[in-house]
Every structure is written in C-alpha cells, then in structure tokens.
Design a binder for this molecule. Structure first.
Ligand code: XMP
Length: 323
C-alpha cells in the first residue's frame, strides 16, 4: 500500500545501507527531481552528502536564491554554489544559433560541474563514491531499465586525482512518477515553489533570447518573465498551464509610442501552453484580462520593451520553446 511515508522510510533505509560511512555528491538544477532526490539522500546520510549548484546566469529571477536559501533552509543540506555566470556569458558571446548555444551551455556545464566535483573530492578524500541522480520511472523505462555506474572524468586541472572516477549511482526516485515525486517532496518539507515548479529547460533563458545572449538582455528577460509568472500565479492559473516560456526577440525592433515620444524597442512573446507530456501541446486560452495585465505591466516596467505578443501555435508545428 503506497504512501509517501513508506517510500521515504524505505528509501532512507536503502540509501543508508548502500552508502555506509562513505560520501555522496548531488547536482542541483533548481528542478523538482534533483531537489527531491537530494532531500531524500540528505535525510538518509546528512552531512555525508554534498550538493553542487552551478549558477550559469541563465536562471529566472529568484531561482538561484531559492536553491541557496530556501532549499538549504528546508533540508540543512551542505551546498557548494559555483558562480559561473561570467564564464557562460563569455562562452556564449557572439553566438545566435540555437543548437550552438545548447552545445556551449551543455559543454560548459559539464566542465564546471566536474571541476566542483574534483574540488570536493580533493577536500574530502577518496570516500566520495556516490553520485545522486533524480532519475524517474519514465526515464528508467525509456532508457531500457539498466542500473549502473557513471563514468565521470575528473577535471585535468586538479592534480593527484585518478583520470577516471567511478561513481556508483544513487537513484531514489527510480520507481516514482512525477506527481509522486512532488508528494514526496512536499512530505519532506520542501517549499511549494520548488515542489510545484513547472518544467524549465536546462539551458535556461539562454534559449529564450532569440539572438545573442548578453547580460543586459538576460536582465531584461528576467524582469518580463517575473511579471508574467507573478500575474499567472495571482490569477490561479499555474495548475492549468503546463508552462509559459517568455521569449525576448532581441534582434527584432518595432516602433512604439510611450510617454511623449517614439520608441524603437523589442517585442516579448508569451508562450503559454497546455500539455500532458510536452510531446504535443496546445496554446492555452488564457483570460484576456490576465493577458492585458501582463502586457501593460511588461511594457510599463521593462526598459526597451514596447510590445507584447501572444504565441497561438500548437505543437506541432511549433515547439514549446522558441529555440
Ligand atoms: P520543446 O521546445 O522541444 O520542449 O517543445 C519540450 C519540453 O522540453 C523542455 N526543453 C528542455 N529541457 N533541456 C531541458 O532540460 C533542454 O535543452 C530543453 N529544451 C526544451 C521544454 O521546456 C519543454 O518542457
């Protein structure tokens, strides 16, 4: 008989048994799965776990603070935050092609994460043998069901470490579906903003700026996105919407009139969708008053934005994200 309490007890016992007095590392992304997996492992082995959060500078407003403050407060987890914003921005400078952006972000992420891992191992010794992953049941099925070890290359800058470190995996969510993971997270006392979070892509806002990614553009998009999120939440629409990407068309300008003068600013696109699994999606029929409020606030409050447009394309043919 399935209860979240049983799942937690069972997993805590299994993790303690598996890890013993050795140590584990877990990467946090800000998403539900890694947060719940980390919280479970923390409950089981406490300070034998170290979490790593790579701040790539592409998160939305408040998300990094949520991990640094709220998640740590709720779990007591030992957290290493790597501020890699500059590194990512430098690597992304001059790049507009979506696939190129994804490749760069993925590559830099692995490098930064491996370096952090190597530093933890250098500090804590060879007992760091486990890597926690937020693998869910659908992921297990998709990948053919095998359990295993991860072969993670240590960063070559850090001396004295073996070339290849073998980690054993801890995957406490392997038997769970998404809604069950959310229940477990809630039971573990994680904040609602983390447990109920809608999907957000790993490359973050980097693939929601059509054009080159710069700090100024990210800041602008963060403001617009924060307004849309606040208003959608206030209207009670979070559960109706699968997610709502907010996109900056950085290379497009259009003429507007604001205050006493003519403006020549960028459009922001709202992309609210409803979906079951993100494979297909329909555009959400949001109430006009909510759209109006978001539009008015964004054009009033966000510098250089003078137009808000609504994406009314289903998937297919349009993907959910613009890039
Ligand atoms: P698309 O744009 O392909 O998105 O319709 C489908 C779902 O996947 C998310 N998405 C990503 N998630 N890394 C991720 O972790 C990515 O590179 C990525 N690209 C898209 C997207 O937000 C949507 O939920």
């Amino acid at each position: 008989n399935w209860t979240t309490g049983n799942v937690i007890e069972e997993q805590v016992a299994a993790i303690r048994e598996q890890v013993g007095d050795r140590r584990a590392i877990c990467g946090l992304s800000g998403g539900v799965d890694s947060a719940v997996a980390a919280a479970l492992v923390q409950k089981a082995i406490g300070s034998q776990l170290t979490c790593v959060y790579v701040d790539h500078g592409l998160m939305r407003k408040g998300e990094t603070e949520q991990v640094e403050k709220d998640f740590v407060a709720a779990t007591g987890v030992q957290l290493k935050v790597v501020d890699a914003e500059e590194r990512f921005l430098k690597a992304l400078a001059g790049v507009s092609d979506p696939e190129e952006k994804r490749k760069i972000i993925g590559r830099e992420f692995i490098r930064v994460f491996e370096q952090a891992q190597a530093e933890i191992i250098a500090d804590e010794g060879p007992a760091v043998e486990f890597l926690v992953q937020g693998t869910l049941y659908p992921d297990v099925v998709e990948s053919g069901g095998g359990t295993g070890t991860a072969n993670i290359k240590s960063h070559h800058n850090v001396g004295g470490l073996p070339e290849d470190l073998e980690f054993q995996l801890i995957e406490p969510l392997r038997k769970l579906f998404k809604d069950e993971v959310r229940m477990v997270g809630q039971e573990l006392g994680l904040p609602d903003e983390i447990v109920q979070r809608q999907p957000f892509p790993g490359p973050g806002l980097g693939i929601r700026i059509v054009g080159e990614v710069t700090k100024e553009r990210l800041d602008l998009l963060r403001e617009a996105d924060a307004i849309a999120r606040v208003e959608l939440t206030a209207a009670g629409l979070d559960r109706d919407i699968w997610q709502c990407p907010v996109v900056l068309l950085a290379d497009v300008r259009s003429v507007g009139v604001q205050g006493d003068g003519r403006t020549y600013g960028h459009p922001i696109v709202l992309r609210p969708v409803s979906s079951e699994d993100a494979m297909t999606a329909d555009w959400s029929r949001l109430p006009y008053e909510v759209l109006a409020r978001i539009s008015t606030r964004i054009t009033n409050e966000v510098k250089d934005v003078n137009r808000v447009v609504l994406d009314v394309t289903s998937k297919p043919p349009g993907t959910i994200e613009w890039e």
